[in-house]
Design a protein around this ligand. Structure first.
Ligand SMILES: *[C@@H]1O[C@H](CO)[C@@H](O)[C@H](O)[C@H]1NC(C)=O
Ligand SMILES: *[C@@H]1O[C@H](CO)[C@@H](O)[C@H](O)[C@H]1NC(C)=O
Ligand SMILES: *[C@@H]1O[C@H](CO)[C@@H](O)[C@H](O)[C@H]1NC(C)=O
Ligand SMILES: *[C@@H]1O[C@H](CO)[C@@H](O)[C@H](O)[C@H]1NC(C)=O
Ligand SMILES: *[C@@H]1O[C@H](CO)[C@@H](O)[C@H](O)[C@H]1NC(C)=O
Ligand SMILES: *[C@@H]1O[C@H](CO)[C@@H](O)[C@H](O)[C@H]1NC(C)=O
Ligand SMILES: *[C@@H]1O[C@H](CO)[C@@H](O)[C@H](O)[C@H]1NC(C)=O
Length: 503
């Protein structure tokens, strides 16, 4: 687009949009980080059955294979004589399906597909095997690991790589459909650990042991974590904090900062339990789709959902969550990819920018000014400086953000440790990625990056994500209803390993 048209649009914008500008500032603790995330923090889930297409832009992408039906899935084994029958509808059965069977031929196909994509696979095992399900949803008895063990032996024999084995889906606390007591679950997870130790004897690295893949319940989690301190690698919890997909108020909730803040309680409590228990385990969000029952078309698969999603990524990281699995990679109304065209929905690009720009060290960040701004900062990924993520939930107000830090800056090492403005005396450049909805429509499934539509090219390749270069003398200008990633290479902080002593 020619520069004249740009100027015209800018003039048009300033004439017709009732917009305001306010100042704000973000204070970053540059002396030390507050949490660490995995380099491959981004993860997506796949329900049974996955499609034949995947994406290579994230390398590697973690994929968690599981969901409601995983606890009704049996696996064909080599010595099995009975026919292997797929899931069939049965309204009086758990989740309205009879037990289904995974043929080994299908397992081979899946693993070839996983191998080609280079994804790290987390496989959710059936944790209801062997238990008796009571009418009230409670269960009696221990996990029967026989079938899982044969699948694992077969998997190892075929040299298929599993990043992790996860036990069960939504059976913690009061459960969804069925529940298992924490003490029993701890015993069953120990059984899984012992099987993995035996089957993978002499092999390194061994797959991670992950559990319970359910909703956070403080008492249940506390007891479970206390009883698995030596054997559990990752504790997973699920998040659907916006309610049902049919809820008319989904967008209202997403745009309400105090609503979004509520979920911090869960992260905080879990972090606290992990820190006080002496466990070796780390927290992951094992599945999060925001709104349950498949989300809501043109909300959970549209631009507006990136407000929720990126805020969740930022918030969970602050509380030391290592990995965040989005429900889903594809499927339902909350897929990162469009179910029919396989084209990326807005959240896919949000996840990709996060993956490329947000490093593993999380920085403490506080925003002063509009309550509608959400701010998160990490050390930059494989690059100098930091990356700041700013989300503006305000419909009409542009926020000009100034950056402050308490850190000794490399450029000014003589200055005492005190809050200071990070503006440089000379002009340096930073890279900014401004994300907005097409035509300002929050329900649009098309995302704009620095004013340009993001679309795959005719070969289905992801477009280059080009930043805009901005002078360090300027504040970061965050437009109404927009998201900004700002990579600031000139802001070198102790927290990011940029020692100020070597100048
Ligand atoms: C914002 O800050 C700039 C620079 O300090 C100042 O010139 C401007 O008046 C401020 N604007 C508002 C609306 O306070
Ligand atoms: C931000 O605020 C929290 C809570 O008041 C505080 O613990 C933290 O140190 C602050 N961080 C910065 C960078 O000021
Ligand atoms: C349907 O599920 C119920 C409860 O598990 C079971 O008793 C019944 O046999 C199933 N019906 C069929 C046709 O499989
Ligand atoms: C894919 O399979 C090949 C051959 O068995 C193996 O060398 C490679 O490590 C596998 N890649 C992944 C990502 O599992
Ligand atoms: C698995 O790997 C081992 C050692 O590299 C090799 O000897 C064996 O043939 C492989 N098995 C299969 C089924 O590819
Ligand atoms: C967990 O273990 C810690 C340390 O042994 C203990 O202080 C705490 O009371 C235990 N909590 C529960 C719920 O068992
Ligand atoms: C998939 O993409 C098509 C074409 O852009 C769009 O019309 C449709 O609504 C999308 N489907 C879903 C489920 O988002």
């Amino acid at each position: 687009m020619g520069i004249c048209i740009w100027i015209f649009l800018i003039i048009l914008g300033s004439v017709f949009v009732d917009s305001k500008v306010e100042n704000g500032s973000v204070l970053i603790d540059g002396e030390s980080g507050i949490a660490e995330i995995d380099a491959d923090f981004i993860c997506a889930t796949m329900d049974w059955w996955p499609p034949e297409k995947c994406d290579y832009a994230f390398s590697p992408l973690k994929i968690r294979l599981g969901g409601s039906l995983q606890d009704e899935l049996i696996y064909e084994t080599e010595d099995q004589t009975e026919p292997c029958i797929p899931f069939s509808k049965n309204t009086s059965a758990l989740f309205s399906f009879n037990e289904g069977c995974l043929p080994l031929s299908r397992w081979d196909e899946l693993n070839n597909f996983f191998n080609e994509t280079g994804a790290k696979i987390i496989f959710g095992l059936n944790a209801l095997n062997g238990r008796k399900l009571q009418a009230d949803g409670s269960t009696v008895g221990a996990w029967d690991s026989t079938n899982a063990e044969s699948l694992m032996r077969y998997t190892v024999k075929r040299n298929y790589t599993m990043y992790a084995w996860e036990l069960g889906n939504e059976l913690s606390g009061s459960g969804v459909g069925a529940r298992v007591k924490a003490a029993q679950y701890a015993i069953d997870t120990t059984t899984l650990k012992n099987i993995v130790e035996e089957i993978y004897d002499g092999m390194e690295p061994k797959p991670l042991i992950i559990s319970p893949g359910g909703f956070f319940d403080a008492n249940w989690f506390k007891e479970f974590i206390n009883k698995t301190t030596e054997i559990l690698d990752v504790i997973t919890h699920h998040i659907y904090n916006l309610g049902a997909g049919v809820d008319k108020d989904l967008v209202k909730k997403i745009l309400d900062p105090s609503y979004l803040d509520k979920e911090a309680n869960t992260f905080k409590q879990l972090e606290n339990i992990l820190e006080t228990s002496g466990t070796l385990a780390y927290a992951w969000v094992g599945e999060a789709g925001g709104a349950y029952n498949s989300g809501h078309h043109l909300v959970t698969d549209a631009f507006v959902f990136s407000f929720w999603y990126l805020d969740q990524l930022g918030m969970s990281a602050v509380y030391n969550t290592k990995t965040y699995c989005r429900q889903t990679l594809i499927g339902g109304n909350y897929g990162l990819l469009n179910t029919t065209t396989f084209e990326p929905n807005p959240d896919y690009y949000s996840a990709l920018l996060w993956h490329r720009l947000m490093g593993t060290t999380v920085l403490s960040t506080n925003f002063t000014g509009s309550k509608k701004i959400r701010s998160y900062a990490h050390c930059a990924k494989e690059s100098d400086g930091i990356t700041l993520l700013l989300i503006n939930l305000d419909k009409t107000t542009t926020i000009d953000v100034n950056l402050l830090t308490n850190s000794r800056l490399k450029s000014r090492p003589h200055i005492e440790l005190a809050i200071q403005d990070t503006k440089t005396s000379d002009s340096r450049t930073r890279e900014e990625y401004h994300l907005t909805a097409k035509d300002g429509n929050l329900h649009s499934q098309t995302m704009m990056l620095n004013g340009n539509e993001l679309t795959v090219n005719p070969d289905g390749n992801i477009p280059p994500l080009q930043p805009m270069l901005v002078s360090s003398l300027e504040p970061i200008s965050v437009a109404p209803y927009s998201i900004v990633f700002a990579h600031i290479p000139y802001l070198t902080l102790n927290a990011c390993g940029d020692s100020v002593m070597d100048v």
